[in-house]
Design a protein around this ligand. Structure first.
Ligand code: PEP
Ligand code: MG
Length: 735
């Protein structure tokens, strides 16, 4: 690879060398091209005219299969394989045996390397491994950006036009800055080593350095004190000690690889696994390992972090394929304006940290690293999942103004945070906060919220590496109530299962996790777990009032059973002489439609109802809330959901039970306005929405609107949104 000549001529030489070395009649290299296509770039043994002509889609033929699965494939009788796709122009008829390995780099398949033999040959595992190691070298040539089709310029020059990337909104807000590409990949130049003992020692030292630098990071971060994100880092620090991971790298060193190549080999295996894993939690943990592997490579190269390179712009938007929490914090927080990721999910550690730092994040931006150049101007809209790259002046102007307006709006909201949320005709509305991390608690004061309407207790469970003991939970709940400073707090018991996985629970494979074993269903099947949490809540409150509610209840008997467990814990505490408030309220979340027809019985047991509109909507409309294809299909302001909510409010009012709503619906002014019109007086939402909803409340004549709404509802067929929007415009309601 280090030889002279063009990239193409070097690749031609490489395939010849490989064929000779592996005793194969054919060696071919396919390179991934835009549009999920693999193109034959070099071959020895097949018809040379097929080069740059033979193309296969990912998933098509054996080559496409290797690319799709990111796994090697070795077959003694290839033409008999169901996936075999015959391409006459290649002249591959006489070759019976076939072995292909993916060319991986940075977690992506960059091509496929193949050898073929005329006679039946059972390729051994060692041979597969050898070809994989060679593929690591070939990856450098492909990813170096040097390789191109004839007549094409190799470096990506055609991308300097403005571009708009769309991804998923992981942390809200609008920001602009210059792109900094987070490139952690170190080019591994030496693949094999003479002396495994020397490599093992180099590896040991690098691991030690890495542990020390992570310890410093954890300590620094603790000193900065942003709640659970410190714990996230500690969890991450524990991954760095994972014996399975470290010993796999040792094994690779023992086979004769250099320490760097060994780390990269295990990293590639993880990347291949990652491509097959659909569970978001597991994927994120694999990202953590990927991040650690990059760190190790840096330490082996004698550097400490990827962030410390060169001078960084004062306003920077970081662009990364995936980034671990520690790596994000390596960057200067004062300069960091936003984050664009090719991967990422709402539960990823880095998203939780970014929200705590209050910077916008857009995830799943496909090919961001390829399309964005260093120091490109970037605008990031974390509320809508948009990233504008090299925006035109017009766009830049509009967005700069929007950022100013947003800043101005934030100022107004901050000023208005002390004003009561009362409508023009005098109806008082309670604006509560949805929280889940200790770092959410200071927002109570900042936005002037009336309390915590939903404390998602699973979040602290999800960021830990082991099941928290009763003492740990007690301490946590006690601190939440302390930080609420007398305002009401409603804790929701553990809502895990479905897509919310705990790292320390065995994975359960379910065809329909959203309809599966989750939330209170687990709590009632494993009552010890639920009782421990209820005990911790009672102890943590230490005589102070609080609310507790159960998620995903679908039958009155489930609510009765859960309440019974709670009452037993109260009795237990009282028997031990522990203080217990007489004002503990026990409620139910309305998320499963079956409860709608049992409300009267439910209200005999529950002190209050909290509508979880995210889940209620998904079950009412049979539309997976995480599936973007159906997300826009059913409007929240359609008669179905609105009718169910109106009836629920009426029934709760009649029974003298409090009702609130804590799904995303409450956070958007037009929806919040509609909910008030239906009779809701308590809404719970993320901190960032309270300002806008308060302004809406203060501009609304609720009596007039409610009367109008009930007339409109009576005749509605489709979504009420256009009519409500027109009403708001005509009556100066600030939506
Ligand atoms: C809901 O379902 O609306 C809700 C508030 O709960 P979660 O979003 O945590 O499922
Ligand atoms: Mg829910």
């Amino acid at each position: 690879m280090a030889g002279s000549g063009t990239a193409q001529s070097r690749l031609d030489k490489i395939v010849t060398l490989i064929a000779a070395e592996m005793v194969a009649e054919v060696c071919s290299c396919y390179v991934s091209r835009p549009g999920d296509v693999l193109e034959l770039f070099a071959t020895i043994g097949l018809n040379p005219d097929a080069v740059h002509r033979t193309r296969l889609r990912v998933g098509e033929g054996l080559v496409g299969e290797v690319a799709a699965t990111a796994r090697p494939l070795a077959i003694a009788n290839a033409p008999a394989h169901p996936k075999f796709a015959y391409r006459p122009e290649t002249g591959e008829d006489p070759y019976e045996s076939w072995m292909g390995v993916p060319i991986l780099r940075g977690g992506k398949v960059r091509g496929v390397l193949i050898i073929q033999n005329q006679h039946k040959r059972n390729y051994s595992e060692d041979e597969v491994e050898t070809l994989e190691t060679i593929a690591m070298v070939v990856a450098e040539l492909i990813v170096g950006g040097e390789i191109a089709r004839p007549g094409e310029v190799a470096s990506p020059t055609a991308v300097s036009l403005p571009a708009r990337l769309h991804g998923i909104a992981l942390s809200g807000g609008l920001a602009q800055g210059l792109a900094v590409l987070h490139r952690t990949q170190i080019t591994v130049r030496q693949m094999v080593a003479d002396d495994p003992a020397v490599e093992a020692e180099r590896f040991r030292q690098a691991v030690e350095h890495m542990h020390r630098s992570l310890d410093d990071l954890v300590a620094d971060h603790r000193a900065g004190g942003i709640g659970e994100s410190g714990e996230i880092l500690e969890t991450y620090r524990m991954f760095a000690e994972d014996r399975g991971w470290l010993s796999r790298i040792h094994e690779a060193i023992d086979t004769g690889l250099s320490a760097e190549a060994a780390v990269q080999r295990v990293q590639n295996d993880m990347a291949a696994r990652m491509a097959r894993v659909t569970d978001p939690y597991l994927r994120e943990r694999l990202v953590d390992f990927d991040d650690l592997a990059n760190r190790l490579l840096l330490h082996l190269a004698g550097r400490t972090s990827a962030a410390a390179l060169g001078t960084l712009p004062d306003d920077m938007v970081l662009v990364a394929r995936a980034i671990g929490p520690a790596e994000l914090l390596d960057y200067d927080r004062r300069k960091l304006r936003g984050l664009v990721l090719e991967e990422g999910s709402a539960t990823s550690h880095v998203a939780i940290i970014a929200r705590a730092l209050d910077i916008p994040v857009v995830g799943r931006c496909v090919e961001a690293m390829r399309l964005i150049e260093p120091l490109d101007p970037i605008v990031i809209d974390g509320d809508h999942g948009n990233v504008f790259v090299r925006p035109s002046e017009d766009v830049m102007d509009t967005i700069t103004k929007a950022i100013q307006v947003q800043a101005g709006q934030r100022k107004i909201y901050a000023e208005e945070a002390r004003l009561p949320a009362v409508t023009r005709d005098g109806a008082a509305v309670s604006l509560m906060l949805n929280a889940g991390l200790l770092s959410d608690m200071p927002h109570l004061d900042a936005v002037g919220a009336d309390g915590i309407g939903l404390y998602r207790t699973e979040i602290p469970f999800m960021v830990r590496s082991e099941y928290p003991s009763v003492a740990t939970q007690t301490d946590l709940y006690s601190r939440v109530i302390d930080l609420a400073e007398g305002r009401p707090v409603v804790f929701r018991t553990l809502d895990v299962g479905g897509d919310k996985r705990l790292p320390y629970f065995a994975e359960i494979d379910e065809d329909n996790p959203a309809l599966g074993w989750r939330a209170v269903r687990i709590g009632l099947d494993r009552p010890a777990m639920l009782r421990q949490q209820l005990r911790a809540l009672i102890q943590g409150a230490a005589g102070r009032p609080f609310g507790v509610m159960f998620p995903m209840v679908s039958e009155v008997t489930e609510l009765d059973a859960a309440r019974n467990l709670f009452d037993r814990e109260v009795a237990r505490a009282a028997a031990q002489g522990a203080p217990v408030s007489g004002e503990i309220r026990v409620g139910v979340m309305l998320e499963v439609p079956s409860l709608l027809w049992q409300l009267d019985q439910v209200l005999r047991t529950a002190d209050f109802v909290a509508v979880g509109s995210n889940d209620l909507m998904q079950y009412l409309y049979a539309a997976d809330r995480t599936n973007t294809r159906v997300a826009q299909r059913y409007d929240t302001l359609s008669p179905g959901l609105i009718g169910a909510l109106a009836e629920t409010v009426a029934r709760c009012d009649a029974a003298g039970r409090r009702i609130s709503l804590c799904g995303e619906m409450a956070s958007r002014p037009i929806e919040a306005m509609t909910l008030l019109g239906l009779g809701f007086r308590t809404l719970s939402m993320p901190a960032t929405s309270i300002g806008a909803v308060r302004t809406m409340v203060r501009s609304l004549d609720l009596g007039h609107f409610s009367r109008w709404l009930s007339q409109v509802r009576a005749n509605a067929r489709g979504s009420l949104r256009p009519a409500i929007r027109a009403y708001a415009r005509d009556h100066d309601v600030a939506i």
